[in-house]
Design a protein around this ligand. Structure first.
Ligand SMILES: [Zn+2]
Ligand SMILES: [Zn+2]
Length: 393
């Protein structure tokens, strides 16, 4: 749907990079937590406006989502490129001139870099607009809590846009800089947090026999839950991590009457994920019953699977080849999760990794900083995807 790339495109993209680097540094300096990205959204809106999109939709999803698109006015596919705009509750460790100004908050997942790459498509699309269909940018809040994409997909104003294709990427420390990481099928795991609440009855600490203490049940669950993944038949590997446990209150005078356990579940297959939840519930119910406790479950931070069809994978591969970028096909899915999977409900989706260098700190590490050298890679791949989809129309 976009015109064929002109020979000066390469030079034009290179000329954009200082502006995008400055944009990323600004975002890095003023990071905002999931769902609170008001300053970020306002800054992005003013960055995009001069490139005259046909329409900018603001306040999407959980309140700070933005879509800006350019409409050719002719029928054709609608292609969106998505970036997450939220930062993390991590105190930045570093000593560079664009360090976080917001204590306790920083861009430690590289979403500032993803955002700068997607924003960089604005001048490119304005210069080389679609000849059919529409092309646009999607800035999504609250990825880290798993709520952002879900809220965007449920937003009627977004659904009315009826996008045909949505693409996203994640930077990957530990992989060579600029290497494209592809996978057909599951790209990264489904995951979810499960809160198990055990309720008995307190008593005076001098009379523990008068309490219904959840202690024994809690100890049994702490021991048996991590082994649960070996006890169920699943198609692929699953994982359970106990992330938090609390027994009673921090006192000396009360025999505990409640206990709370947090477990995080992961799977590479939807049915496996459901089976894992069922197994945790049945084991916890059984243990609670033995101790005469009431039990309830709450679910938090649910991330669906992020997966690629064969078609989308080969499309991204072609885009990588077209740019002469090095790529690998990963054998196993990633264990971490992405909320990008929600978009598969309304569009064809493609997701890939972009190596951030082998000798850099991990994602969510207090010293992580998205490498500026990656900005050009992401933009070029996105641009190639627009060109290929345009030609195949
Ligand atoms: Zn993250
Ligand atoms: Zn991330």
């Amino acid at each position: 749907m976009a015109k064929e790339i002109s020979s000066s495109d390469k030079a034009f993209i290179s000329s954009l990079l200082p502006r995008l680097k400055a944009l990323r540094h600004h975002l890095h300096q003023y990071p905002e937590l999931s769902g609170q990205e008001y300053g970020t959204a306002a800054y992005l809106t003013s960055f995009i406006q001069p490139y005259k999109p046909t329409e900018i939709l603001k306040n999407l999803g959980s309140g700070t989502g933005i879509v800006a698109y350019w409409d050719s006015g002719k029928p054709g596919p609608f292609i969106l490129f998505r970036a997450e705009i939220d930062a993390l509750p991590i105190d930045e460790e570093g000593n560079f001139d664009y360090c976080s100004n917001n204590p306790g908050i920083s861009h430690k997942c590289g979403h500032d870099g993803h955002t700068a790459m997607v924003a960089g498509l604005a001048p490119l699309i304005q210069r080389n607009p679609p000849v059919a269909g529409k092309a646009g940018l999607l800035f999504q809040p609250a990825e880290e809590t798993g709520e952002g994409a879900f809220a965007i997909v449920k937003d009627e104003r977004f659904r009315r846009l009826k996008p045909d294709y949505i693409f996203g990427l994640h930077n990957l420390p530990g992989y060579p800089l600029g290497q494209i990481v592809l996978r057909s099928g599951t790209f990264c795991a489904a995951s979810g947090g499960m809160r198990i609440i055990l309720v008995g009855r307190t008593s005076h600490a001098a009379e523990p026999e008068k309490a219904i203490s959840p202690m024994a049940c809690m100890i049994n669950l702490l021991q048996s839950l991590p082994a649960i993944t070996n006890q169920i038949q699943t198609k692929q590997a699953t994982q359970l991590t106990v992330t938090h446990a609390r027994l009673g209150e921090a006192s000396f005078g009360i025999t505990p009457g409640t206990a709370i356990l947090h477990v995080t579940l992961r799977a590479y297959d939807k049915n496996d994920f459901d089976a894992l939840i069922k197994k945790v519930e049945s084991l916890a119910n059984e243990e609670a019953q033995k101790s005469g406790l009431k039990i309830h479950f709450e679910f938090k931070e649910a991330f669906p699977l992020t997966a690629n069809s064969e078609n989308m994978t080969s499309l991204i591969q072609t885009a990588s080849e077209k740019r002469g970028f090095n790529f690998i096909k990963k054998k196993e899915p990633f264990r971490w999760s992405e909320d990008f999977g929600h978009y598969a409900e309304i569009a064809q989706t493609g997701f890939f990794g972009l190596g951030a260098g082998e000798e850099v700190p991990n994602l969510h590490h207090p010293q992580y900083d998205f490498p500026d050298a990656l900005l050009g890679y992401g933009i070029r791949i996105f641009k190639s995807l627009m060109e290929i989809l345009g030609k195949s129309k």
